[in-house]
Design a protein around this ligand. Structure first.
Ligand code: ATP
Ligand code: MG
Length: 178
């Protein structure tokens, strides 16, 4: 199974981000937007693995107190087919400490990460986006509102691709502070 550990913002924030993504899509000639149901922050990407039980033990050991996490501004990663646009989050000490604890616990449980890139916490809004000629994406990004959400649980997700497209299936929830 293809697994990752995710933080998932409340539905209201995900719906807001989907709405902001629609504004971005309108400035583009093409692009695949993330539906609100799929909006998440990847805390650790495990990739193809059969170590679900070890991942769950690591999540249990990694949780700390719940904390607030503000979104920042949108940004993008450039790709061959177009740009991936995301909403940033503040790289606050509790988030970075949570990631550190999780990585350490995963390694101790012999669950290997497929996470070679450095940790860049973000909420992906859309992929393969190609702006329309003359579209002002900087102005769109500057006008995006920010907000804060409370991180209260870690979720082990399975990433599945089937006839319905890409789906993330929550396999287990690990509340913070327990
Ligand atoms: P798709 O790859 O089908 O376009 P996706 O990237 O959302 O969609 P997955 O590739 O299964 O689906 O990835 C699940 C999550 O893990 C996503 O948030 C993705 O950004 C992240 N992820 C995937 N590969 C890595 C990696 N090598 N390092 C860090 N995060 C990754
Ligand atoms: Mg991917």
């Amino acid at each position: 199974m293809r697994l990752f550990v995710a933080l998932v913002p409340p539905e209201e924030l995900r719906r807001n981000l989907e709405r902001q993504g629609r504004g971005l899509r309108a400035l583009c000639q093409r692009g695949r937007m993330v539906p609100w149901e799929n909006i998440h922050l990847t805390l650790a990407f495990l990739g193809e693995t059969d170590r679900r039980a070890g991942a769950e033990r690591a999540m249990e050991r990694a949780t700390g107190a719940p904390f607030s996490l503000p979104t920042t501004r949108p940004g993008r990663f450039s790709g061959k087919k177009g740009d991936l646009w995301w909403m940033g989050v503040e790289e606050r000490p509790p988030l970075l400490a949570l990631r550190r604890r999780l990585v350490r616990a995963l390694v101790e449980e012999e669950v290997w990460l497929d996470d070679a890139k450095s940790f860049r916490p973000h909420l992906t809004l859309g992929r393969d986006l190609r702006p329309l000629p003359g579209a002002d994406l900087t102005a769109w990004a500057a006008a995006c509102p920010t907000c804060t959400w409370r991180v209260e649980e870690l979720i082990l997700m399975e990433s599945c691709r089937d006839e319905g497209g890409l789906r993330y299936i929550p396999l287990s929830h690990r509340p913070m502070g327990k």
